[in-house]
Ligand binder design. Structure first.
Ligand SMILES: *Cc1c(COP(=O)(O)O)cnc(C)c1O
Length: 404
């Protein structure tokens, strides 16, 4: 049974105070908090079996290697990848995207198109612009509408035999919109294009099945799903990962090195040069265990209750506008008070112990579309409560009184 009060006891940070007030943490879309089950795994690693992996014959190295590879299998099972070697450990979503973009620079040529969406995070725009500069390919953008949804009719028109790669986030970090990636993938495959989905914002809320989606690449960050920072994963279909060249050279990623020629290691090591974040990978596995023990169906159900409750309460405040009103969205609310800068609202909320994000949320094109400098963004996780939402609503009312 889902019991939020019991769940909250797993998160030590949730009982601290900020500015003398109990912390209300509503910045989950930027990073999630860490339960003691994951913290314990990190402490255990450094206390008991810290060692470099894959090359040692000694016991600690073997133990660390086993745990690290066990974590890869957990991630494989969670995302339903066909093979464990289709899971590449990365330092996060940004790293995964850059790895794929770099690989495609040897495949793309002038006259090819890359399609991205208007709802992208900067980390999903810049690597493609760099790739276009290097390869001579053209970047095309799927436009959005006032609800904050991608316009699929326009996407259909952008697709052609020149389309080589389509790039879209599963869920928008700025607005919370859940994008129709099933449709996007199917249509891209009809013209022979590959699809990379940025799942950073989706994985805290749902459990993607990469085989059912038939997606070519899928990336995520551990720190948005109860795991540590600086850790993440890239899923790639085996055939694609074999086709792409390595991203970085170094230890771990080679089969044989001479000064004449180096041959690369098999997957996944080909893409894992150097000593990885060993503890981070193991803790990522523990975070996935933790979330699965609660259950993604339970999480989704509870978070949609929070979203509905908060949306209704906030809209009761006069002159408050919510950006991103799709029926298909997760527990993210981006809003502004008319005539008041989002930063000022955020600063007052902080004084009250409420952590929200203000600004463009690494998604400036979306802000340009709405002709606003930014928004206040409150993003909820399964460990938040309706009482905390009441505190937010009172805080926003107070900010409005002080600033209007
Ligand atoms: C957070 C986020 C990223 C970047 O993730 P990092 O962990 O900083 O690499 C990319 N895309 C989306 C949609 C995000 O929410």
């Amino acid at each position: 049974m889902f019991n939020v009060e019991n769940i909250r006891k797993d998160f030590p940070i949730l009982s601290r105070k900020v500015n003398g007030k109990p912390l209300v943490y509503f910045d989950n879309a930027a990073t999630s908090q860490t339960p003691k089950q994951v913290i314990d795994v990190i402490v255990d690693y450094y206390s008991n079996y810290n060692a470099n992996i894959h090359r040692g014959v000694h016991a600690l190295s073997q133990e660390a290697t086993d745990k690290y590879e066990e974590a890869r299998k957990k991630i494989q099972t969670h995302f339903n990848a066909k093979f464990a070697h289709e899971i590449i450990f990365t330092s996060g979503t940004t790293h995964g995207i850059n790895l794929v973009a770099n690989g495609f620079s040897t495949i793309l040529k002038k006259g090819d198109d890359i399609i991205v969406s208007a709802l992208e995070h900067h980390s999903n725009i810049v690597p493609w612009q760099m790739l276009c500069e290097r390869s001579g390919a053209t970047l095309k953008v799927i436009p959005m509408n006032l609800e904050g949804e991608l316009v699929m009719g326009e996407y259909d028109k952008l697709l052609s035999k020149n389309t080589k790669l389509v790039f879209v986030n599963h869920i928008s970090n700025a607005l919370g919109t859940i994008n129709p990636i099933e449709y996007i993938i199917e249509k891209a495959h009809e013209v022979g294009a590959a699809v990379l989905v940025d799942g950073a914002q989706a994985c805290p809320h749902l459990k993607p099945d990469v085989q059912a989606l038939d997606v070519d690449f899928y990336v995520a960050s551990a720190h948005k799903m109860c795991g540590p920072t600086g850790e993440g994963m890239l899923y790639g279909k085996e055939s694609w990962l074999n086709k792409l060249p390595p991203y970085q050279g170094g230890g771990e990623m080679i089969a044989e090195v001479t000064f004449e020629k180096t041959t690369y290691a098999e997957l996944p090591h080909k893409f894992e040069a150097g000593t990885p974040n060993i503890c981070g990978g193991i803790a990522f596995g523990a975070a996935i265990d933790y979330m699965n023990a609660i259950g993604f169906d339970e999480i989704a159900k509870y978070e949609s209750e929070l979203l509905e409750y908060a949306t209704k309460k906030l809209l009761d405040i006069e002159d408050l506008k919510i950006y991103g009103t799709s029926k298909h969205k997760t527990s993210v609310i981006s809003f502004n008070l008319e005539g008041i800068h989002p930063y000022d609202v955020g600063a007052i909320l902080d004084k009250l112990g409420i952590a929200v994000r203000t600004g463009h949320h690494c998604a400036q094109p979306i802000m340009d579309y709405f002709k606003i400098p930014g928004t206040v963004r409150a993003s909820f996780a399964f460990y938040n409560t309706k009482t905390e939402i009441d505190t937010l609503v009172e805080g926003v009312k107070k900010a409005k009184m002080m600033l209007a």
